[in-house]
Design a protein around this ligand. Structure first.
Ligand code: GPK
Length: 815
């Protein structure tokens, strides 16, 4: 897959081999033949990283700079994607073959940087790819965690968290930029100074931390643009090194300071859409906000200082957009004001208006427990000067609210920043933004109608929707090489640059020879996955089975439990009714649960226990199999999506903001079995009811059920002791206990919460929908047609489309 007009990275395979071997020698002082596979990978990645950094690009341009602030960038392995973007994948593949190590084996050596939890972090990475592809000046600003999200192992069916030492063997894509380090200050006291009329504040004492950036080049498709992902690392500021302790020989004391500071960039918090109450997290948030903004303003001043003179800062929003990914960077508003007012001597009102013109905010969840809040005391102690700005903005905000309108007290209680002793970060984000967006049509509707309703009433113009998207180049082009080749052979390579061209596949949906090739590609992907799963878990899967997949973070609202109930129902029915013969199916799960999320971890243990029972029972194991793939990551996801027949997207309606694995799976030709939730709604609109299977309560029905207050989940249990009741009994009657015990806590949770996540409520609708969908698999022709149709309609979900919308509506740039 070569692109036209690509810069000449390698003339041909021979040229590539020469450069590759030179790189091997310059890095390791050994010949290619003397190196092991990892070292060869490392040399190859270093060669490509060097080319990315030096790629001939359009050069400096005056267009707006977008800074995407995100605590997470789940970038995944870069090598294969950069070969695709440089248009040299075929040359490199041929060269590697000639040298004797298949490219795939080198690609597989790459560590997967675990710098994100799940969808939110991966979205940020897809956006970086699309901004570069579209030629936007898109800069990422994030954290360089020394240890990524934990590595998940399974022992006795349980998730065990291991350290993810992703930097152990080096990260060839990054460059440390000592000269760009900045100082970030925590704690201390605010001191007021006065000189005649003029007064100002400084923050004295406290702790000074040096933030050092590591830059990763982000290579756009076609290599026309290279952007930077800047990741910050915390180090002690030299002047604060405890020299006294050091000199007096108290190394432990001197070093403790060091490790306290370094702790700030040590770990990624493993909570996905969950609680973040730790001070260290607040420090992380402030560090990357402050360090990022300091360098942004420095760059801007250098570039525009002469042009604008006194009016310099008023123009910031014309040239700079700061986009805040969720509330984690919510301090961008007050921090920008602090720098402008305290350091650049801009007046308060101007600074606020500049901040608001520059900053925009994306909300990613309506789950109440995921909306960040910090105790005022903690906040003020850590960031005394910043807190003064927040307090003043909150005071002015309250003043501007019309006191005489009905419901004023309610509006205030919902929208004020400071409330009940807490700093509410979502409200802070909204008040400092000129744009607030949700991530699917449905989600944005819920923000307007409930989560942020009072803000919406006050400022409807702030709100807009930007339905999420995914990097189609990575998740189809790289991940599914056989299908991608088939698509290229049919419609050319244009779809890599313009995903809408995938619609040209519609004319092949019914084409028998295309369908045959599609099946072959799918079979190859299923074999590849089956091999991976066997090596990782020892579980053997038959690739003639339907591959039914649910891969995502473990969370009650995503309802992996509902999926397990369905599998247990199938198990029971096969055993009790010899005439019952479901479509032979392999149920594949993957995903991590937060360390402290007991319920989610028990669901993982349940899946592994069901797997043990089902896979080991010859009465059923030719009809159903269950596999749990440990340590879900971008790299393993890329093996799973292309092998999937049924995509499980079964969150209760109104809970999943968007979902993005639904898009990745659809694009790879999986059929969605889903609720009318998040972006499933839009998938349904695009592919039509015949090419998706929707089940369960709709959002309005869920709302009505909750409002009515007359749902008694245990009635369902009592009324059906044959199917649903039996499954619930099996949680505690020993059926599943062999591996590591019963599941009382899951049963208790269902009963105590009165089935909060509607697992029992949606059960029948779900199992019926699955039965029908799995039966439909038997008509291979109709199935393949629907599968190819899903790919053909998936162009809309390219993050290129999403980013064009952000650029046009929020950042106000042409792309
Ligand atoms: C939402 F709030 C959060 C969070 O902390 N982490 C996270 O990954 C996800 N998300 C949503 O749950 C998904 O529905 C959505 O597709 C994704 O963010 C990207 O917007």
């Amino acid at each position: 897959m070569n692109t036209d007009n690509k810069p000449q990275v390698f003339k041909d395979a021979t040229d590539f081999k020469t450069q590759f071997c030179e790189e091997c020698e310059s890095i390791f002082s050994k010949t290619y033949d003397e190196l092991n596979d990892f070292e060869r990978y490392y040399a190859l990645a270093s060669l490509i990283a060097g080319k990315a950094r030096n790629a001939k690009v359009d050069g400096e341009n005056d267009e707006k700079q977008v800074y995407y602030f995100s605590l997470e960038f789940l970038i995944g392995p870069l090598l294969d994607n950069y070969l695709l973007n440089f248009g040299v994948r075929d040359i490199v593949k041929a060269g590697c073959e000639q040298l004797g190590t298949p490219l795939e084996e080198l690609v597989a050596c790459e560590a997967d940087p675990g710098l994100g939890n799940g969808g939110l972090g991966r979205l940020a990475a897809c956006f970086m790819d699309s901004m570069a592809a579209l030629g936007i000046n898109g800069n990422g600003n994030g954290m360089r965690y020394r240890y990524g999200l934990f590595r998940q192992e399974i022992e006795g069916g349980r998730q065990v968290e291991m350290v993810d030492n992703w930097l152990e063997h080096g990260f060839p894509w990054e460059t440390r930029k000592n000269e760009s380090a900045v100082v970030v200050q925590f704690g201390g006291q605010v001191v007021r100074h006065q000189d005649g009329e003029r007064f100002w504040f400084t923050q004295e004492g406290g702790e000074k931390v040096k933030a050092v950036p590591y830059d990763v080049p982000i290579l756009g498709y076609g290599a026309k643009k290279v952007n930077t992902l800047r990741l910050w690392s915390a180090e002690p500021a030299t002047e604060d090194f405890d020299l006294d302790a050091f000199n007096s020989g108290d190394y432990a004391k001197a070093m403790k300071f060091r490790s306290d500071v370094e702790a700030i960039s040590q770990i990624l918090y493993p909570n996905d859409a969950g609680e973040h109450g730790r001070v260290l997290r607040l420090k992380q948030e402030y560090l990357f906000v402050s360090a990022g903004l300091q360098t942004i303003l420095r760059t801007y001043e250098k570039k525009f200082g002469k042009r604008y003179g006194e009016k310099l800062w008023e123009h910031l929003g014309d040239h700079v957009s700061v986009h805040t990914n969720d509330t984690h960077p919510a301090m961008c508003g007050p921090e920008l004001m602090r720098i402008l007012v305290d350091e650049k001597r801009v007046d308060f009102d101007t600074a606020f208006n500049v901040a608001r013109k520059t900053i925009s905010y994306t909300n990613h969840t309506v789950m109440p427990e995921a909306l960040e809040k910090w105790p005022i005391e903690v906040f003020r102690h850590l960031l005394p000067r910043l807190y003064m700005f927040i307090e003043e903005i909150d005071r002015r905000y309250r003043d501007t609210l019309p006191h005489d309108v009905e419901g004023w007290a309610n509006v205030l209680s919902k929208t004020a920043i400071l409330w009940d002793g807490q700093v509410r970060m979502a409200n802070l984000s909204v008040i400092f933004a000129h744009s607030v967006n949700g991530v699917s049509e449905l989600h944005t509707g819920i923000l307007k109608a409930s989560t942020l309703h009072e803000f919406y009433e006050l400022r409807p113009d702030l709100f807009n929707n930007k339905t999420n998207g995914i990097s189609h180049r990575r998740f189809l082009g790289n991940a599914n090489p056989k299908y991608a080749k088939l698509i290229c052979d049919a419609i050319g390579e244009g779809w890599l640059a313009d995903a809408n061209q995938l619609s040209q596949l519609e004319k092949y949906e019914d084409d028998p020879s295309f369908q045959e090739e599609f099946e072959k590609a799918r079979r190859w992907s299923k074999e590849r996955l089956a091999k991976y799963i066997f090596e990782a878990t020892g579980t053997q899967l038959d690739t003639s089975m339907v591959f039914d997949v649910q891969v995502k973070r473990f969370h009650a609202y995503k309802r992996q439990l509902l999926n397990v109930f369905k599998i247990l129902d199938l198990y029971n029915r096969i055993l009790s009714d010899s005439s019952f013969s479901p479509r032979p199916t392999a149920f594949i799960f993957s995903g991590k649960a937060a360390q402290s999320y007991t319920f989610a971890k028990e669901v993982i243990r349940l899946i592994n226990s069901v797997a043990e029972v089902v896979n080991g029972d010859p009465r059923v194991n030719d009809k159903i199999r269950v596999a749990f793939v440990p340590n879900f990551a971008v790299s393993s996801a890329q093996l799973i999506y292309p092998a999937t027949d049924i995509s499980e997207q079964i969150s209760w309606a109104g809970s999943e903001a968007s979902g993005t694995s639904n898009m990745k799976l659809m694009m790879n030709g999986a059929i969605t079995l889903g609720t009318y939730d998040g972006a499933n709604v839009e998938i349904c609109d695009l592919v039509g009811q015949d090419n998706i299977k929707i089940f369960g309560l709709r959002t309005e029905e869920v709302d009505a059920l909750r409002a009515a207050g007359n749902y008694w989940a245990w009635d369902l249990y009592n009324n059906d002791r044959i199917r649903l009741g039996r499954i619930i009994d099996e949680l505690t009657d020993g059926t599943l206990a062999h591996l590591s015990g019963n599941f009382e806590s899951i049963r208790d949770e269902l009963s105590i919460s009165n089935d909060h996540d509607l697992v029992l409520k949606d059960f029948y609708s779900y199992v019926d929908a699955w039965d029908e969908l799995a039966q439909a698999y038997g008509d291979r022709r109709a199935w393949n047609k629907a599968a190819i149709h899903n790919t053909a309609r998936s162009g809309y979900f390219s993050s290129d489309r999403t980013i064009r919308e952000y650029a046009r509506d929020i950042w106000h740039i042409d792309a």
